[in-house]
Design a protein around this ligand. Structure first.
Ligand code: ADP
Length: 531
């Protein structure tokens, strides 16, 4: 068969094929355009969603700030009446006219008040921890006193639960370290508190050691234990992994705060545990040791101070709350201070122009003219005597920045409310160069403890020293550090009456530089605890 090729028809076919191709490409382009439009639409939707999320985040942050401010304000308001309660219990504790029963009652009010204060602080900490607002305030920390007060507290709590409590130094400890005392205490209290809470039989043990600038704390218990699968979870806020009965006793926030505090201090926290056998938390904190601190500090047992040497000093107390002024007034007037009071900064300025005080104790948050502005104005006064007045901020403010702001404004020192008498007196002593007068029978020397002549052999008294105490005495004697040795022995004698005769002997030997004899006396104690 012959096929005719018509060129026109061929052209038409070619054209049709091209047309089809163009149509196809047009459709593809339309599809592309449609998906581009769809993409743009989803982009717009995503942007809208993102915007909504940002708004929600901003709203949540604003709500969180409001909550933090609310908590801070509530806790400020709660602290003010507590200041009155704790201030007066401190005054009444030293009142000789009270009988034993009344004194015990006052003691209970004081302890309950202190407990309430701790609760308020904890609530505030939770909100600060959540918003990452915790700051560390590092001071010199006398380890002996620190662990003594902690172990006293937990011995009591363990005894109430009929379980054992052991405190075991695993190396000798420096006399003083640099640390944020409140936060370090909080870490230990959280861990020991949990250990007690989750232990029904056996006991708990706090092991403490110090090596290469690091404080090591081990809290061991023989309690219910934690499953390995829960090791990470328990550090998350509000996570509780134990049974319903135990859950009711806590909030699930202790460990997450503890972990944040440890991290803030540059340390580590580890856990070892076995269900039904017990748990060990191991904390390492880099906290530098300070050795020459003990001799710089003066010991002020407030009950024994009756006044000071020289002319009466004039103090101006400024606070808008009458009960706060009254607490300070009643604490200080019996010691011979002339006291003037003012309820705000404006009245204070007038009073200062009339009579210039020797020192000012001022609240920070007050109506009309607050403590910050008052201090700023005084620091710019044309009278040099007013410009250089010692000003101590006394504040229940819980905003950590307020301490910094008060120092920026020109305050010399900051005392938190409720005021601790020891801190207040130490501050006054420093800024007024005071020399305290003590009650005759309670001078702070070992002789003042009315010790009976030594009847028991020294060796048997030695048994009452803890290995850590013996080690510290031994090390100080080896170093020939007589000043610290006397200070340490004096403190030991003060804390434990049984040790007094022995400590007297140590001090006597130290004063005569008979350090070898001291070493020989305390040597029988095992030093193999060092690691
Ligand atoms: P809380 O103790 O207030 O519940 P924490 O954050 O301190 O909160 O602890 C979280 C959880 O970790 C506890 O609820 C408990 O389940 C577990 N836990 C913590 N310490 C121990 C311990 N020593 N023994 C057993 N379980 C513990």
């Amino acid at each position: 068969m012959v096929v005719h090729h018509d060129p026109a028809e061929a052209k038409l076919n070619q054209f049709n094929a091209l047309n089809k191709e163009v149509e196809k490409q047009k459709q593809a382009l339309e599809k592309l355009l449609a998906s581009q439009q769809a993409l743009e639409q989803s982009k717009r939707e995503l942007e809208a969603r993102n915007e909504a999320l940002i708004q929600a985040r901003d709203a949540a942050e604003a709500a969180n700030r409001t909550k933090s401010n609310f908590l801070a304000n509530v806790s400020h308001e709660l602290r003010t009446p507590l200041n009155g309660i704790l201030g007066y219990t401190q005054i009444l504790q030293y009142n000789e006219d009270l009988n034993q029963e009344q004194k015990e009652g006052i003691n209970i009010i004081h302890k309950s008040g202190e407990y309430l204060l701790t609760l308020i602080n904890d609530i505030l900490d939770l909100s600060s921890a959540e918003s990452g607002n915790i700051q560390l305030y590092v001071t010199n920390l006398y380890l002996h006193d620190f662990f003594k007060s902690l172990t006293d507290l937990f011995k009591l709590r363990a005894a109430q639960k009929n379980i054992a409590f052991l405190y075991e130094p695993i190396t000798s400890l420096p006399l003083v370290i640099e640390a944020d005392e409140k936060r370090l205490r909080q870490i230990i209290i959280n861990l020991l508190g949990n250990a007690i809470k989750f232990t029904k039989q056996g006991g708990i043990c706090l092991k403490v050691g110090y090596q290469q600038g690091c404080l090591r704390l081990q809290v061991e218990d023989t309690g219910i234990g934690i499953a390995e699968t829960d090791f990470e979870r328990i550090f998350n806020p509000f996570q509780q992994v134990s049974d319903a009965h135990h859950k009711a006793e806590g909030t699930g926030l202790g460990l997450s705060i503890t972990q944040r505090l440890v991290a803030l201090m540059g340390g580590t926290i580890q856990i070892q545990s076995r269900l039904a056998y017990g748990t060990t938390f191991d904390v390492q904190l880099p906290l530098p040791a300070v050795y020459d601190y003990a001799i710089q500090q003066s010991v002020i047992p407030p009950a024994t101070i009756t006044g000071y040497v020289g002319e009466p000093r004039h103090l101006l107390i400024i606070d808008d709350k009458r009960e706060n002024r009254s607490v300070l007034h009643n604490l200080l007037a019996p010691l011979g201070f002339n006291i003037e009071e003012a309820e705000d900064g404006v009245i204070a300025l007038e009073k200062i122009q009339q009579t210039i005080p020797d020192l000012i104790l001022t609240d920070l948050v007050m109506p009309k003219l607050d403590g910050f502005e008052l201090t700023r104005r005084l620091r710019q006064d044309e009278n040099q005597q007013i410009r250089t007045l010692p000003i101590i901020a006394v504040s229940a403010s819980v905003f950590s920045g307020d301490q910094y702001l008060s120092s920026e404004a020109g305050c010399n020192a900051f005392l938190p409310k409720p005021v601790h008498l020891e801190e207040l007196l130490a501050c006054l002593q420093h800024y007024l160069n005071l020399v305290w007068i003590y009650e005759q029978h309670t001078e702070i020397t070992l002789q003042s403890f009315n010790v009976q002549p030594l009847q028991v052999p020294l060796e048997s008294l030695l048994q009452q020293l803890t290995p850590e105490q013996a080690d510290t005495l031994f090390n100080l004697a080896m170093l020939g550090d007589v000043q610290h040795l006397i200070k340490y022995a004096t403190d030991l004698g003060k804390y434990d009456n049984h040790l007094l005769p022995f400590m007297e002997r140590i001090c006597e030997l130290a004063r005569n530089f008979e350090v070898e004899e001291i070493c020989a006396l305390v040597h029988p104690h095992p030093t193999d605890l060092h690691s």
